[in-house]
Design a binder for this molecule. Sequence first.
Ligand code: ZN
Length: 404
Amino acid sequence: MEYYYFGIGVQLVEILTNLIFQKDHCPSVIELSFNVDGLPLFKSSKKCFWPVLCTIKNIDNSYVFPVALSYGLSKPVNLDFLSETVNELKVLLQDGLIVQQKVVQVALHSIVCDAPARAMVKCIKLYSGYYGCDKCSQSGMWIGRIVYPQITDFTPRTNQTFREHKNKEHHHSTSPFCDLPIDMIQKFPIDYMHQVCLGVMKKLLLTWMRGSKTVRISAVQISEVSNRLIAMKPFIPRCFARKPRGLDEVDRWKATELRQFLLYTGKIALRNILPSRLFKSFLSFSSAISILISPTLCKLHCDLAEQMLSNFVKDCKVYYGEEFLVYNVHSLLHLADEAKVYGCLECCSAFCFENYLQKLKKMVRSGKSPLVQVVKRLQENKIFIPEKCMLPNILPRFQIMLTL
Ligand SMILES: [Zn+2]
């Protein structure tokens, strides 16, 4: 793979210096969140980027910046592309940073990845393996696919059992992140963007549209749901990134559209269309996620949300069959714990990184040396942007370049 390393410390110093310049203070401890994910570049080939991105979680309006960028014809065959990041992070966690003659401590907030990338960077079995859940040691069951039928009484994994490889079938090898003094379970949260929105919500929609006869709705009903969604368009506030689209385009729905359906529009669009028992179960799912993504509601009703999700998974087993209980559905049982650790699910989701990934992709104009193109674009932005515009709370650099 081709590879470029931007560095962590050098960019953090720049961001924090600007912060001091603007507000005359900066936090004594900064909490970093990282993202590692694959980014396919072209529909006609397997060429992709594997960026390592970072953001500071505990300063307002912090933006995402690239730490390392790898480019290749397929998924990385080893984790060498993480070496420099892990080595530098190890030093930062130990020594902190010097900003304007003051020491700023560095802490790791989270490493946010989708399930396949998380399995890759943690060197563990994929969710399609028997011991694929990275939060509990339940063994999956093969019924044409791996499912997790146990809904209660599973044994949670801990940092110690993970580092000691107590469950040997769970590990492929030792993750480079084990070099860091971090909790190898808690610091890798379940990302609700991939696993709930693109995972469970999409699976439910496809089951209602194309599943078995007992849970499928008719073509007329699908069309009615689409009509209702499109009728809501004028009433969707501008704070939503996208307006609703019909179910005929469901295969192309983005995560934000699935989130909008799950939290807001689905309740109206499906009312009196889905059979009552399925609708009630969907309402439990929707309400529980609404609680867990809100910092305020999460503090008050996290246990209620946990109970609702447990009931939802039990209902899924009865209504849609055991084969519905795949890893994403099983991971709902761990969501409340994640929300308790991080304050809410939004605090550890990949939504902020996803926007940046799409912007990186747009920097690639042709198939010739994509890595060089992106590195040059990012360096140009740095050179041509006046210093005052580099303040983190104004606009990310790439947006400023487009504005200019
Ligand atoms: Zn589990």
